[in-house]
Design a protein around this ligand. Structure first.
Ligand SMILES: *Cc1c(COP(=O)(O)O)cnc(C)c1O
Length: 366
């Protein structure tokens, strides 16, 4: 069985976790600060604020920007549910612009959705590939909007020399399956000093000095233990992204020219993909259906997944939700019915890659 993700930690993580244990300081402290400094440097921003997960990172990012009830946020309909849940938890209303060929929000779809209630655009850098940020920032500037990047899957991804999370406010996840993993965890990045200050307050009960409360806050803190797991990975993340890109290139070569199998589009000029997922589409021209292919690949020992099987608002619990404005998003519906993600993780061997290619070719031959 070749799993869709493999997680391994080494002696560096073990040593640092042990150091934290022996220090007795398990909660937020010096290791979190070190992690924040290095995470900020990696993404070329002045502030990184670590929090307890990627969903609270999105929530607190919006709260720090003053986004709440009555405000609208424009996002992608083809994303993990946390993107939507965070908008709802902030008390705002979600609107959706359809996606393009690269699975990310299509820029032309955003501007027609802007109303006097719109406060922010929330592009999602799906599968580790950054949305087309320049036109998104142009729309934001024209309408005085904030931009919150959902960069949960895009640690260290690049767009014309700028890193994910470096545009206005960025939100990352350190969840167990993400490219940088502390089990649970999240990070908010920004160059805005005032926003960073507010993020730090909100994360820690609204407290600047002990028992000096300035706002009604939360406990969204990350632990030193989690930071100790993350710190060594920060040092390796470029290497890991390179390996993911190399694996993606091997899959791309091996899987070319299969009827009905559409490979992920080549990264546009100036953008670096970090391949959180390598996602293909199965069209009607294929010898097997998408769901049939999933069953066959699984049976033959190739781990695969559907990210995501439905458009994010297409569930009963959102049908009559006052914070969800359903939209006509045919590309997102089509993607949900066509996608399969294949293993691309950094522990694949050449033999694994050959095996994936051979098996996919077999499954898609009539
Ligand atoms: C993982 C993820 C999140 C949420 O992160 P958690 O750490 O699981 O809370 C948000 N958005 C996207 C696109 C994600 O993939």
């Amino acid at each position: 069985m070749i799993p869709i993700t493999t997680v391994r930690f080494g002696p560096e993580e073990e040593a640092l976790v042990l150091e934290v244990l022996r220090s007795g300081q398990l909660a937020q402290g010096a290791y979190v600060e070190r992690f924040e400094r290095e995470f900020a440097d990696l993404h070329g921003v002045s502030h990184a604020v670590a929090v307890n997960n990627g969903t609270t990172a999105l929530v607190v990012a919006m709260e720090a920007l003053g986004i709440g009830p009555g405000d609208e946020v424009i996002t992608s309909p083809f994303t993990f549910v946390a993107t939507l849940n965070a908008i709802l938890e902030a008390g705002a209303t979600a609107r959706f612009a359809d996606i393009g060929e690269d699975f990310n929000i299509s820029t032309e779809g955003i501007e027609p959705l802007v109303t006097e209630r719109t406060k922010a655009i929330m592009p999602v850098h799906l599968y580790g590939y950054m949305a087309d940020m320049q036109p998104i920032m142009d729309v934001a500037t024209r309408h005085g909007l904030r931009v919150v990047e959902d960069a949960a899957q895009a640690v260290a991804a690049e767009y014309h020399g700028r890193r994910a999370g470096s545009y206005d406010v960025g939100s990352f996840s350190l969840y167990a399956t993400k490219n940088l993993n502390t089990g649970e965890g999240g990070v908010v990045t920004t160059n805005d000093d005032a926003v960073a200050d507010r993020l730090r307050l909100l994360r820690n009960q609204g407290m600047r000095q002990r028992y000096q409360y300035e706002v009604a806050g939360h406990n969204y803190r990350l632990t030193n233990l989690a930071a100790a797991v993350g710190l060594p990975q920060l040092g390796r993340i470029e290497e890991v992204s390179d390996i993911r890109r190399r694996n993606a290139a091997a899959l791309r070569d091996g899987l070319a020219d299969i009827d009905g199998l559409v490979l992920p589009s080549e990264p546009a000029e100036g953008r670096t993909h970090v391949y959180h997922q390598f996602t293909v589409r199965v069209t009607g021209d294929a010898a097997i259906s998408r769901d049939g292919a999933i069953d066959e690949l699984t049976r033959r020992g190739i781990g695969c997944g559907i990210y995501y099987p439905k458009v994010v608002f297409d569930y009963d619990c959102y049908r009559d939700h006052p914070g969800v404005v359903a939209a006509d998003v045919p590309n997102a519906f089509r993607a949900a019915s066509e996608v399969i993600s294949l293993p691309v993780h950094p522990y694949l061997t050449d033999a694994d890659l050959d095996e994936i290619v051979r098996t996919v070719r077999e499954v898609f031959s009539a």
